[in-house]
Ligand binder design. Structure first.
Ligand code: SF4
Length: 252
């Protein structure tokens, strides 16, 4: 079997690693699933950041109040255009998103120097015969690469460690595309369980921590398994949060 999208990406690798059957439902059968409020909030927040960084690249000033308006508009568009599964009230989710924007403007935005935003990169990995694709949230003027996440609780150390693969892939894509090295890879995780409790964590991966050999091994393992159509169930605690659990358990 060929790769369903014609390329491999971190998101596909992450899905396959969490559960090959989940990958099958998401990428081979392309089953539609309702949008959950965590994803909705993350998409609206990322669109808001994109506007902020684009304006900053054009040397235009952005006021917090106008960025919050952008977030509200994005949130509304996503709510109207999708069936949404709410884990809390819509008002609470929107209020958390506004707090994320407010926190971002006060604590993170002042020190960021954007060069590229939402940059899509694609590289042919000749050693594996596959195309690797990724979209980098932010590249700064010193080539530091940053990805942003929004979440409802702090990440554990093991969760942070698992995120290294995404950052190594982004570094690989960047270096292959531009032929230059970047000093640091950063992941900024904004967390808030409710609108009054908010903070952020930062994962910084330095060049010395980057293991390209391991990254290639993981990509090879996932691509080989997809091509051999190996899509077993990986039943775990996370089945309780899986978008495909009803179809998965029905077909057992
Ligand atoms: S319910 Fe569990 S086993 Fe089934 S696809 Fe989802 S994660 Fe995999």
């Amino acid at each position: 079997m060929n790769l369903p999208r014609g390329y491999i990406s971190y998101s596909q690798i992450n899905t396959y690693q969490s559960c090959p059957r989940k990958y099958y439902y998401a990428y081979i059968e392309e089953r539609d699933v309702p949008l959950n409020d965590k994803i909705l909030l993350g998409v609206a927040f990322h669109s808001t950041l994109e506007e902020f960084f684009n304006k900053k690249i054009e040397n235009k000033s952005v006021k917090k109040v106008s960025l919050i308006k952008t977030f509200r508009n994005q949130f509304e568009i996503l709510c109207k255009g999708n069936e949404v599964i709410w884990s809390g009230s819509r008002e609470d989710v929107e209020a958390r998103g506004i707090r994320f924007v407010d926190y971002f403007m006060v604590h993170l935005a002042p020190v960021l120097n954007p060069l590229m935003v939402e940059k899509e990169l694609q590289v042919e990995m000749d050693e594996l015969g596959v195309t690797l694709k990724g979209i980098i949230d932010l590249v700064e003027k010193d080539y530091t690469i940053t990805d942003f996440k929004t979440t409802s609780s702090k990440w554990s150390n093991s969760r942070m460690k698992r995120s290294h693969l995404q950052m190594v892939i982004y570094r690989y894509l960047f270096e292959k595309s531009f032929g230059t090295t970047n000093p640091e890879l950063k992941l900024k995780i904004l967390y808030s369980s409710n609108k009054s409790k908010i903070g952020h964590q930062e994962v910084v991966l330095k060049s010395v921590d980057v293991n390209l050999e391991k990254m290639i091994q993981i990509i090879q393992y996932v691509v080989d398994n997809i091509q051999k159509e190996i899509f077993f169930r990986n039943e775990s605690y996370f089945c309780g949060f899986c978008d495909f659990r009803s179809i998965c358990f029905q077909s057992k």
